[in-house]
Design a protein around this ligand. Structure first.
Ligand code: PMP
Length: 287
């Protein structure tokens, strides 16, 4: 079924949802976005996502062309118009139409796009058996280049690492920062478990401050697990008891092999499975 897309203030048919070739989002990757889940008809952690969207926009000096309250309404209308009960929302703000020059300030109106659609999930089997991944050689953007905390439309850094993963027949790759510490995966945050404690790199290591990451940190606290934010090395990943990734699309997924090193007993470990279950309950409003 054709979707209804929110484009510049109203819902339009998918076939009519077109943008200019002079939009700087297209010409320069100049813009920001969010990926948000809908569970049981409820938009998941919308406040946190909108906070991150406006903060990303602020950093790149982009005005989101809508107030926060109006944006909440537009998101809800788009979800409803497409009858999404369990799905995914893509919120995109581009710099808008400009000239072929780089100057962002010639773009007078930012463009707001909202897409609400079904979601392509990893197969259930992958959650049960766990995922194999590799370390990427592509280094995560230096924080003084494109701040990894900004969820910008410029994903080439991640795309290059994703290509490395796919070339190696795995879906994901760990990205390290310029100092060699774990930053994140191409579209997910990274956690390990060692001797019963849970560790994740601090955001300053070059990660996006994932909404799922925040929820999992909270849930780990509720389970009385020791939760530590600290720099992790490649070696830490090789010798940990459990390794898992978190993200809007992936939720919580166990990693069972990295760079041909088997993690734990080669199956998603007990804390990974516990946090996945708690996340499911939280997302579906069962707790
Ligand atoms: N890191 C990157 C680079 C991402 O693109 C994402 C989102 N797909 C994440 C981490 C996870 O963030 P969230 O939990 O907010 O989806």
């Amino acid at each position: 079924m054709a979707l209804k897309i929110w484009l510049d203030g109203k819902l339009v048919d998918e076939a009519d949802a077109k943008v200019s070739v002079f939009d700087h989002g297209l010409l320069y990757g100049d813009g920001v976005f969010e990926g948000i889940r809908v569970y049981k008809g409820r938009v998941f952690e919308l406040d946190a996502h909108l906070k991150r969207l406006y903060q990303s926009a602020k950093v790149i000096r982009l005005d989101v062309p809508m107030s926060r309250d109006d944006l909440v309404g537009a998101v809800e209308k788009t979800v409803e118009a497409n009858g999404i009960v369990d799905g995914y929302i893509r919120l995109v703000v581009t710099r808008g139409v400009g000239t072929l020059g780089l100057n962002p300030f010639v773009c007078k109106n930012g463009r707001l796009i909202i897409i609400a659609d079904a979601i392509q999930l990893y197969p259930e089997e992958l959650y049960e058996k766990g995922m194999k991944i590799i370390s990427a050689t592509t280094v995560r953007n230096h924080p003084l280049a494109i701040p990894p905390q900004v969820k910008s439309l410029n994903y080439l850094n991640n795309t290059l690492a994703k290509i490395e993963a796919l070339d190696n027949d795995v879906p994901e790759a760990i990205m390290y920062n310029h100092e060699g510490y774990v930053a994140e995966a191409t579209g997910d945050n990274v956690f390990i478990v060692r001797d019963g404690a849970v560790y994740t790199p601090p955001v300053e290591a070059g990660a996006l401050e994932g909404i799922t990451r925040g929820v999992v940190i909270k849930l780990a606290g509720q389970e009385n697990l020791e939760m530590v934010e600290k720099n992790l090395t490649r070696c830490d990943l090789y010798i940990c008891d459990e390794l898992f990734l978190t993200g809007t699309a992936a939720e919580v997924i166990g990693i069972v092999e990295i760079d041909a090193r088997v993690i734990g007993d080669g199956r998603p470990g007990p804390i990974t499975r516990l946090l996945r279950k708690k996340f499911f309950e939280y997302a579906h409003g069962e707790k």
